[in-house]
Every structure is written in C-alpha cells, then in structure tokens.
Design a protein around this ligand. Structure first.
Ligand SMILES: [Zn+2]
Length: 310
C-alpha cells in the first residue's frame, strides 16, 4: 500500500513538473485544425488574414496586396495553416501570389514560407533573415529568402507602392516593416503592439525602429501589428515615449546598484500599467497573454539589455 502511495505521489510530481514545463514553453499546443481565418479589408485592394483560435488570435497577421500584377504577401504564419490561408485569400482574389516578405524570422510568421516557395512565390528578405532561417532547427530550406535587400526596397505593383524597410535590432535582429503608400497601411510585425513590447533585439534599436515607423506613417495610417488590434501613429508615439521613460528608469535603478529582482520589485512601469495592461486579455490568445499579465517580463528584458556587460 505504502509503495503504491509513494509511486502515485511520484507520478503526480512528474505530471506536475511536465505541466509546469509545458506552461513555460507556452502550451497548450495550438489547435490548427480548429482554427479559422479572419479576413479584414483595410483598403480597396489590401486585406489582412488572421488566424483565430476560439476568441483569441493565433499566428502573425498576414497582409495581402492584390491586383492585376499578382499578390504581394507580408508574412506566412504557421506552415500548418497554409491551406486555410490560401482558401481565405481566394475569397477576395484569384490572382497568383508573386512575392512574400517576412517581418521577422519567428515561426508564427515564417512557418508557411516553404509551402509558398514551392508554389513559385519569390521570397524577399534582408541578409539577417536568410542567416536566421538557415540556422533554425527543422526549418525547410526551401523557405529561405532568395532575393536580398540591405536598404529599403520598393515594389511598384497593383497600383500601389510598397516599401520594405529594414530596421535596427528591435523585436529580433532581423525586423522589417512594409509601408503600402496608396492603401496607407503599415505592416509593422512584432516590434510594436498593444501592451508592453517583447524586446528580443535591443532597447535602443527598438526606440530607433519605432522612430522610423513614426516617420513612415501619416496621421490616418492603419498600423497592423503581428498580434493584436490595428493601431495608429499616435499609438506608436505613446509606445515609444513609454519605452524611453522605462529605459531611463531602469538605467537609474542599475546606477543605484539594484539587481534584476530589485529592479522588477521597484515596478518602473507602474505609471503605465493602467494604459498598457488594460484590455490586453481581449487581444491575445491564452498562450501569449501569460507574458502580458504585468510588465515584469518586459522590465527583465530592459534590465538585461542595459546592465553593464562583464
Ligand atoms: Zn515574433
């Protein structure tokens, strides 16, 4: 009897540990089969396609410029969703997809690259994108960019002028944004969104990238982040102001000799929480919302980025 009890405790402990590990990795697993695609028309010939998982959004938002010259698509979401994405595009266009560019190398934006490349789509990318994707474990090499740009690249097609703009290290070391001049839409990827940012590049790079986005936008530009609601130029300005202030507050804490835990405990985002955390739950699925419950993950990233390197 005692052995059984001990064993069931051990099994429970193992289960609890694996549950914790799965939680840390962002589980539950995405249920692609039951996801639906939401189509939004933002301009005469510009649409976004977003994966919906229950009430939340999953996968990066996709931008689609269509017209007689064929389709230019921004981001490719997960590979398992390519069929659903193509079916969603078919609801508003029968044109072939000609070009694809990714806003950054994360799998929820590039997983579908190889599927599209095998259909004859040409993939454009900055050199860092090519390097990152080639190094990604398990990434189908058919999906790496073959046409490389190192400064802004303009596509004149479908009566619009699409400018792909590489930016300094922000969310990753390979972020680009795409501004569609006639549609007046900025596909900004993941270096800007509602709530606190995810700084995988550098804080100063993100501040400079946001500055470039503010410069590219007009007052009515629809700014489409990879995740969450469509925003505007004023939202980017407020976001950059927040980031600069939090950067200054964290550097001050570092100057005072505070360690990372102390810096988090000092809660340098406090004055922004009412705005930056309000309503966040409605914009993201439960996998993503974990890191947005408070500003702690963001403060840790800023601290790690600014602390003196030994
Ligand atoms: Zn990302």
């Amino acid at each position: 009897m005692r052995n059984t009890a001990v064993r069931s405790v051990a099994i429970f402990a193992a289960f609890a540990l694996s549950a914790v590990a799965a939680f840390a990795q962002g589980a539950p697993q995405t249920d692609y089969a039951h996801m639906t695609m939401k189509v939004d028309k933002l301009a005469d010939n510009f649409y976004t396609v977003t994966g919906m998982n229950g009430s939340g959004r999953t996968g990066g938002a996709i931008g689609v410029l269509t017209g007689p010259d064929g389709i230019f698509i921004v981001d490719a979401s997960f590979g398992a969703l390519t069929g659903k994405i193509l079916a969603a595009v078919k609801t508003f266009s029968n044109e072939p997809i000609k070009f694809l560019v990714n806003t950054h190398p994360h799998g929820d934006h590039t997983g579908g690259n190889a599927n599209l490349a095998k259909m004859g789509v040409t993939i454009l990318g900055r050199p860092e994108m090519r390097v990152d994707l080639m190094a990604q474990k398990g990434f189908d090499q058919a999906g790496v960019p073959t046409v490389i740009f190192t400064s802004p690249l303009t596509l004149h097609m479908d009566g619009d002028e699409a400018v792909i703009i590489p930016v300094p290290p922000a969310h990753t070391d390979a972020d680009s944004m795409v501004y569609f001049r006639k549609a007046d839409v900025l596909m900004i990827g993941d270096f800007f969104r509602a709530g606190y940012p995810n700084v995988g590049g550098t804080v100063d790079g993100m501040i400079r990238a946001l500055g470039m986005a503010i410069g590219a936008c007009g007052p009515n530009t629809k700014v489409v982040p990879g995740h969450g609601p469509v925003m505007n130029r004023a939202d980017i300005i407020a976001h950059r102001d927040m980031l600069m202030t939090v950067r200054d507050r964290v550097s001050e804490l570092i100057k005072q000799g505070k360690n990372e835990d102390d810096a988090v405990a000092a809660h340098p985002t406090a004055s922004y929480d009412p705005i930056f955390l309000s309503g966040i739950a409605q914009f993201y699925d439960e996998n993503t919302i974990v890191r947005y419950r408070n500003g702690d993950a963001f403060i840790k990233q800023v601290y790690e980025n600014l602390k003196p390197k030994s």
